[in-house]
Design a protein around this ligand. Sequence first.
Ligand SMILES: C[S@@+](CC[C@H](N)C(=O)[O-])C[C@H]1O[C@@H](n2cnc3c(N)ncnc32)[C@H](O)[C@@H]1O
Length: 272
Amino acid sequence: MSMHNPALYQKFISFQKRDAWNMLKNFGSKMKWKNNASVIDLGSGDGFVTSILKEHLPPDFKRVIGVDISKEMVEFANEKYGDERTSFTIMDIGGKVPEGLEGGFDHAFSSYAIQFIPDQEAVFKNINSVLKDSGSCLLTFLGKNMIFDTFAHMGQSAKWRTLMENDLEKISVRYYKMENAAGEVKRIMEENGFSDVHVENNDMFFEYEALEQLTSMVESGNLFHLPPDRLREFIQDFSKVIVDATKIEKVAGKPEAVRFRYKQLIAYGVKQ
Ligand SMILES: C[S@@+](CC[C@H](N)C(=O)[O-])C[C@H]1O[C@@H](n2cnc3c(N)ncnc32)[C@H](O)[C@@H]1O
């Protein structure tokens, strides 16, 4: 899956930005940032969260490279956030590691990207392979959440089933239905060359000022590769289903606002 509308994705303050900030604040000392560090941001998207990452690095960092499968995202991020020490390039985190990136980084970071990749063993192998020995990683990604609950519901309807089924299978995050998602992530990491592994699976929510902000994020991702007219219709139906079936909550005293609930997985580890 790749995201195609960076400008729309960037428009609203989101749980991704808030969580990246908090995670970097809370895990900063555990990361033991190296001097002159080389850092990779996996699934860097529009680059905004990469700029949050940079604010938490020691100022003498050597380079930050954001990688993403989407050409549109990489171009947008290079234009908006690229500089002498910051660049963005195309890479499929679940595919083959491009030449020049193997063993090149002291730290790997990722915010809300790796849940979309079906082959999680490949993901963690690749993260391990881009790190230098004793390099550390800090990753956050989605477990069960109201967006996927809504997709799952829509994927059963006659109207959307055929259009969604292929991608739904691919993107139905591996940890979505797992009781012990944290244990599973820990197992995969330890089997793929990480030690000192710490995984959390936190119950979270984020209040959007209006449902439209959440649906715009879903629209910007266009996870089911719908043509523009179908995408509009899909988002209209999504907006109904997330209220009627998923029962996204209202916020007292704020008639437009909604409370999006999700599980946040956080994983930390050191390359053995
Ligand atoms: C929800 S966005 C997160 C962007 C940014 N890290 C943030 O926190 O705002 C997910 C990003 O992961 C990227 N992505 C999805 N699958 C990927 C893959 N296999 N390899 C690299 N990037 C991928 C998408 O293109 C998208 O930009």
